[in-house]
Ligand binder design. Structure first.
Ligand code: ZN
Ligand code: ZN
Length: 361
């Protein structure tokens, strides 16, 4: 990661802090620490100060942390307690107010912080707000993740047959994702067949896929820490019947409309309505129970949100998913999800957008 990107990000946070009258910020949310320093470890605290930054972490990262962080922060390793280190640091600068991420710090750790710093102040999701606007390098990483995810699915789908279990399909897909360079699965792969496709957040099970059933596959890939998130729904071992076709075409039309008409400058609610109004008009309003999509980046769910209650304006540079779905309990469901970057010139697809109905016969 280019160091200048991290410097600019840190400068952006400092400007926001200054506006709130807070000198330093204790960053505890790990994706935010990664964003500001490049550190990918599973434990650490970052103290962002007016004139620098220091990362506190433990012995496990004694080699890795300095290598990843470079000039973006000092690194202090403590095998006993990072809080002791923080206490010493703050003792040298007792007049500074140390902000903390109220949405991330546990009550227990907030108590520890109060023993380190005389003045503390909760702050909102400052770093998350900056992360909502992606740099070209970040968009490129998400596009690479989406491309390998699409390729992995294209490899596995032709091998899917009635009689296979959901877990077998998931295992093949996950193997293909890893072989093609996905660092990890950013969330548990969902492979849901038949009536289980009506569960928006289904677990993948031993259930055997029947002929003529829907198979819903929601999965991700990760490149340089950045996530892609795709969903496809196909019919396995037969042609879609009239009801399956009707439900599928409604979701397809809603997804297309949102992908085509979403713009930076809209609110999340207005974007959500692009798909929701169409589904309501077709009589399916009750069956679309979740929001249209979410931001995508170092986390698989981040700002901005596209939902019926999201009044925040979508910025240029946001990367979002567009994923309408219809769920009919006991019968089945359809969800179609693609990843989109909002440019000044309009929406641009990062995933392959191949959402025409596929019948694996
Ligand atoms: Zn998804
Ligand atoms: Zn999603």
């Amino acid at each position: 990661m280019p160091a200048d990107l991290r410097e600019a990000r840190q400068a952006g946070v400092r400007a926001l802090l200054a506006a709130e009258g807070v000198e330093s910020l204790l960053v505890s949310h790990l994706p935010n620490i990664r964003y500001l320093t490049g550190f990918t470890g599973s434990a650490g605290l970052l103290l962002l100060e007016p004139d620098g930054a220091v990362l506190f972490t433990d012995f496990r990262y004694a080699t890795q942390a300095p290598a990843e962080v470079g000039d973006a922060a000092e690194v202090e390793i403590d095998s006993a307690s990072v809080w002791e280190r923080l206490k010493h640091r703050c003792a040298d600068r007792p007049d500074r107010t140390v902000g903390f991420e109220a949405h991330s710090l546990t009550v227990r750790d907030a108590g520890r912080l109060k023993k380190c710093a005389r003045r503390t102040a909760p702050v909102g999701e400052l770093v998350e707000g900056l992360r909502a606007v992606k740099a070209p390098e970040e968009v490129a990483a998400i596009a690479a993740a989406a491309e390998l995810a699409s390729a992995a699915l294209a490899e596995v789908l032709p091998t899917v047959r009635p009689g296979q279990s959901e877990l077998l399909v998931a295992s093949r897909l996950e193997a293909a994702l890893r072989r093609r360079g996905s660092e990890w699965h950013p969330f548990q792969t969902i492979v849901a067949s038949g009536p289980r496709s009506a569960l928006p957040h289904a677990h993948t099970t031993e259930r055997v896929i029947g002929a003529g059933e829907f198979l819903l596959i929601d999965f991700g890939a990760q490149v340089d820490g950045y996530c892609a998130d795709l969903t496809r729904t196909v019919v396995v071992g037969g042609r879609a019947d009239a009801r399956q076709r009707e439900v599928y075409q409604a979701v397809h039309a809603a997804q297309w409309r949102a992908r085509r008409e979403i713009r930076a400058g809209m609110t999340g609610r207005e974007a959500d309505a692009l798909a929701r109004d169409l589904l309501v008009a077709r009589g399916f309003g009750e069956a679309f129970g979740h929001s249209l999509g979410h931001g995508l980046g170092l986390e698989v769910h981040e700002a901005p949100r596209l939902s019926a209650t999201a009044e925040a304006v979508l910025p240029v540079g946001a990367v979002v998913t567009i994923e309408p779905g219809l769920y009919l309990p006991g019968w089945g469901g359809v969800r179609l999800e693609d990843d989109i970057v909002l440019t000044a010139a309009g929406p641009q697809a990062l995933s392959d957008g191949r959402t025409e109905l596929v019948e694996l016969v």
